[in-house]
Design a protein. Structure first.
Length: 227
């Protein structure tokens, strides 16, 4: 009887241990995302608009990078500019910075990626030059929808528009058959330039349309998703 009690106790103990391990797998996850920086590269020069392009991959059970912090660093290691962006999934991303100043020689960029479990990684790119020489300082007087950048694109593109007055504004994506694919924004919006990013991961290749409506005015542009 005493031996039987010992034998019964052992499998119960083992199964209890396995159950605990399965219930909280994330506490053992210390793998950081990996970051590949594509643009700018060493020695690039830009006037006003600087296109940042990078790729992130997750290597742990969280399956997605939660957020990134993009920074432009001066030669004395001071932060000249920073941009935080929430990441919906691993993959390729881009962001265009409109330089507000001419960068000191020797400035470079870096990205920190953090996953949903708090694991983070840094990647630093090469030095680049940027000058504050905007193409035009005059603001539009009417609703303005610029061509998306990049276009064609994969998997995301940024749409920039100018709202000439405060009011209800919407920016929506439609497929070639006129079906609504994504609402990027709908609500009150102040008078100013605005940028919205469409991440088209999961959508089929082909032509799409972005429709901007503000007040009684409507603007449309064609988008081309290539995979």
């Amino acid at each position: 009887m005493r031996l039987l009690g010992i034998l019964l106790f052992i499998p119960v103990f083992v199964f209890a241990g396995v159950g605990f391990s399965d219930s909280e797998p994330g506490i053992l996850d210390t793998l950081s995302p990996s970051i590949t920086l594509t643009s700018p590269v060493e020695g690039d020069s830009f006037e006003y608009e600087v296109p940042f392009v990078w790729e992130v991959q997750e290597h742990s059970i969280s399956e997605a990078v939660d957020a990134v912090m993009l920074s432009v660093i001066g030669p004395d290691e001071t932060v000249i500019y920073s941009h935080a962006e929430v990441m919906n999934s691993e993959g390729s991303y881009n962001f265009t910075w409109e330089a507000t100043t001419t960068l000191p020689e020797g400035s470079y960029w870096q990205i920190e990626a953090t996953d949903a479990l708090g694991n983070s990684a840094f990647a630093a790119g090469g030095t680049f030059n940027a000058t504050n020489t905007p193409v035009s300082v005059e603001l539009p007087t009417v609703l303005t929808l610029e061509q998306a950048k990049p276009n064609p694109f994969n998997p995301q593109t940024t749409i920039r528009f100018y709202n000439p007055k405060e009011g209800m504004t919407s920016l929506k994506i439609y497929d070639i058959n006129g079906r609504l694919v994504k609402t990027l924004y709908h609500g009150q919006l102040e008078k100013d330039w605005h940028e919205l990013t469409w991440r088209a991961k999961g959508h089929a290749s082909g032509a799409y349309f972005a429709r901007l409506i503000s007040g009684n005015e409507t603007r449309n542009i064609k988008l081309m998703l290539l995979k």
